[in-house]
Write a protein that binds this ligand. Structure first.
Ligand code: DC
Length: 225
């Protein structure tokens, strides 16, 4: 039986950094489900699918072949054999992914793919609905969050490191808009699973948060909770 650690939370809470650290310490596969929604959004955009037509989105996404591969420099995501890891990491693709992810048919397709991956190996999987929908039986669930201020600050730093000169107010508004979209959509909105551990990273480092997850894992794996 594989072990699953489900990590959910809003955009910019540090989920992927923390999940990667925990996965590499445990030797588990890290599965970035946000990257899968981004790749699906890229696929539909390139195909010219009408993003207001949910039936067309559901039909077309079935043709997207999305896979994850662990490479020397980390995890890469492939769309129809092409490495799209870099191309999906833009604000635009984040927004588009948020839109595409509101479509039930797209979710159904990706959720099944995610469940298949988790059935075969130990995983740390992060997203919005992992503890609630994708892996409701996961033995360890974390709800990772941080204040809007802390998340906006981190996003600003990230963009500046990339050589961009972002408008702080716009970055903050984008985060608030994504939060609103992700928590108010009809299909699998972002919410904390009842049995998830709440972890606020506003005042702690990614290493500290990952450490806490490893402690929780040891407690659960030993059956002491
Ligand atoms: O985590 P991210 O920013 O890469 O995710 C991009 C979008 O995909 C996010 O706005 C919401 C959506 N998403 C989702 O609905 N369910 C998931 N499990 C992961 C991401």
């Amino acid at each position: 039986m594989s072990f699953q650690i489900a990590i959910d939370g809003p955009a910019g809470a540090g989920k992927s950094t923390v999940a990667k650290l925990a996965a590499s310490a445990l030797g588990f596969l890290y599965v970035d489900t946000g990257a899968m929604y981004r790749a699906a959004a890229l696929f539909l955009e390139e195909r010219g699918t009408d993003m207001d037509d949910t039936a067309a989105m559901e039909r077309d996404v079935q043709e997207a072949s999305i896979s994850l591969r662990l490479m020397d420099d980390g995890q890469h995501i492939f769309l129809d054999g092409e490495d799209v890891t870099g191309r999906i990491r833009t604000e635009k693709m984040g927004m588009l992914a948020s839109r595409v992810s509101a479509c039930a048919g797209v979710r159904k397709y990706l959720v099944r793919l995610q469940q298949e991956i988790a059935a075969e190996q130990d995983v740390v999987m992060d997203g919005r609905d992992i503890g609630t929908v994708v892996l409701p039986q996961a033995p360890l669930k974390i709800y990772l969050t941080a204040s809007v201020e802390a998340r906006a600050e981190r996003r600003l730093l990230e963009l500046r490191e990339k050589g961009e000169n972002p408008d702080p107010e716009k970055v903050r508004m984008d985060i608030e808009q994504r939060d609103y979209q992700d928590t108010h959509r009809k299909e699998s909105p972002l919410r904390q699973a009842e049995d998830a551990v709440y972890l606020d990273t506003s005042d702690c480092t990614a290493e500290e948060a990952a450490q806490r997850i490893l402690e929780l894992y040891r407690e659960r794996a030993n059956g002491s909770i």
